[in-house]
Design a binder for this molecule. Structure first.
Ligand SMILES: Nc1ncnc2c1ncn2[C@@H]1O[C@H](COP(=O)(O)OP(=O)(O)OP(=O)(O)O)[C@@H](O)[C@H]1O
Length: 264
């Protein structure tokens, strides 16, 4: 997949003047003032910004878990006003999102129950998702028998077995060691290639944002606005050593770092 192909793809997720305030005992507190951006079919977009700027709040609005105060978020042109069927969400805390009393295979099977798929397709999706994340053979294990990185792979397998159009991830690799983090980043790139999914990731890690993204969306100011949208033109095939070593990588990292520092 080339960057040019992605830039010509139709818009999957559109955020238009989105604002969000929380109602608290002290009244209405604005967290997001005005966000406008698009994510195209098959793109990976990373959302970055200083701590507490409203990144998780934005994801909650996009996934229909929080109401939007004004403006709109649209998926394929349809306004989001509840959890869209076309989306799946992966959280940082895999220990809280997996059911410890269910095996790996049953955890992945869980969200497929209400899809009413033909049995053969359901089994193939479970098998294919576990194979895609490198967990073929671990079907009968329980989450607590696995390492943190493997548990997060189960959470990702569960999301991709559902075949969402948009995979939304909130700090998905923040709780694993550095080596596992690199492996999971590459897994994310492979998922995009294999399933053509659109992926939105919130991350605190600037290098990760540059490595994964076709588009880095930088949030700043309080309440939050889009400070900058940075196009990343490394294409689909990336490599932890060679991609991170090109001069453009260092330039983009500095640019994002500087924007977040100014915003904080
Ligand atoms: N349910 C809520 N009610 C009231 N205020 C909230 C609620 N959830 C979040 N906030 C506030 O909204 C602001 C943004 O929080 P949010 O978690 O979205 O930021 P973030 O950018 O994801 O933070 P971090 O980078 O630290 O994870 C914070 O000031 C937070 O205290």
């Amino acid at each position: 997949m080339t960057s040019d192909t992605l830039r010509d793809a139709p818009v999957r997720l559109s955020v238009r003047g989105l604002a969000k305030s929380y109602d608290t005992k002290r009244g209405s507190v604005p967290v997001i003032a005005d966000l406008t951006f698009d994510v195209r079919v098959g793109e990976i977009a990373c959302i970055v910004g200083p701590s507490g700027i409203g990144k998780t709040t934005l994801l909650k609005c996009l996934t229909g878990l929080q109401s939007i105060s004004s403006g709109q978020a649209l998926i394929d042109g349809r306004p989001i006003d509840g959890p869209p069927e076309e989306m799946a969400l992966v959280f940082q805390e895999y220990t809280r999102s997996l059911m410890p009393w269910l095996t790996v295979e049953k955890n992945v099977r869980l969200p497929l129950k209400h899809l009413r798929l033909p049995a053969a397709e359901r089994e193939e999706r479970i098998r294919g998702a576990l194979a895609a994340v490198g967990l073929a053979g671990a079907e009968s294990k329980y989450p607590w028998q696995l390492s943190g990185g493997m548990q997060q792979r189960v959470a990702i397998a569960r999301a991709i077995a559902y075949r969402p159009e948009v995979l939304v991830m909130d700090e998905p690799f923040a709780s694993v060691d550095a080596q596992t983090r690199f492996e999971l980043e590459d897994l994310c790139l492979r998922i995009r290639e294999q399933f053509g999914m659109t992926i939105v990731v919130v991350t605190h890690d600037i290098d990760e944002a540059v490595y994964l993204s076709d588009r880095v969306i930088v949030l700043g100011e309080r309440p939050a606005r889009v400070t900058e949208i940075i196009d990343v033109d490394f294409g689909g095939a990336r490599d932890q050593l060679t991609t991170r070593a090109v001069p453009e990588f260092a330039e983009l990292r500095s640019e994002v770092f500087e924007l977040i520092r100014k915003a904080g």
